[in-house]
Design a protein around this ligand. Structure first.
Ligand code: SF4
Length: 203
């Protein structure tokens, strides 16, 4: 399933790949299912044309859709080119529908460059899942792949700060875990001009 609904939002499931393997992730325990939707991508990852067609089937039919969110069981920034095509299409054809990215904040490391200027062309909002203000704990919680282990913590924070500077409404997010003191993360979010949201662990 490449598109699913939640409230008044349409969610795009662009990939099942992740640069991290969060200890609190429900992807594998829930067998890639979320609220009745099967988010396991069995064939090739969706093309921008497939994503736009799926969106058109919903948005083109009317309905009170408020938001499109790049967020599936995977890190959407792996599909940056497709995101950009879809995001710009939405901005042109459905400007009243907001565009948001939910991310773990490692897109700059994935691409080896600052991707924020590209995202700022079409995103209204970004939610960056930082989860802790402690670099050692970040590794313990998110269990990054080797390529992201050393630089990932700093890169994800820089990504969030750059999103704020680029004028994208930015929300730092965290899962409420008993071993994490969220106050320093909330203060960090405020210090860079971002909002902060903690959410209960999914179970
Ligand atoms: S980034 Fe999301 S999908 Fe990926 S491992 Fe973490 S919680 Fe799971």
């Amino acid at each position: 399933m490449i598109l699913y609904e939640k409230g008044r939002a349409l969610y795009l499931n662009l990939t099942n790949r992740c640069p991290v393997s969060c200890g609190f992730c429900v992807k594998v325990p829930w067998d890639y299912r979320f609220e009745g939707n099967d988010l396991r991508l069995k064939g090739p990852e969706p093309t921008s044309a497939q994503l736009i067609n799926a969106l058109e089937a919903k948005l083109g039919a009317g309905g009170d859709w408020r938001e499109v969110v790049f967020c599936g069981f995977g890190e959407s920034t792996f599909r940056l080119d497709e995101m950009t095509k879809v995001g710009l299409y939405l901005k042109t054809h459905y400007p009243k529908v907001k565009r948001r990215l939910n991310t773990v904040g490692l897109g700059d490391l994935i691409w080896g460059r600052n991707i924020v200027p590209e995202l700022a062309r079409y995103l209204d909002e970004v939610a960056v899942s930082l989860n802790t203000a402690d670099p050692k704990q970040w590794i313990e919680l998110l269990r990054p792949a080797p390529a992201y282990r050393d630089a990932g913590f700093a890169a994800s924070r820089a990504f969030a700060a750059n999103c704020v500077k680029a004028g994208i409404r930015t929300r730092v997010t965290a899962v409420e875990l008993p071993e994490v003191d969220l106050k320093p993360l909330e203060l960090y979010a405020k210090s860079i001009g971002a909002d902060f949201t903690a959410r209960p662990i999914l179970a």
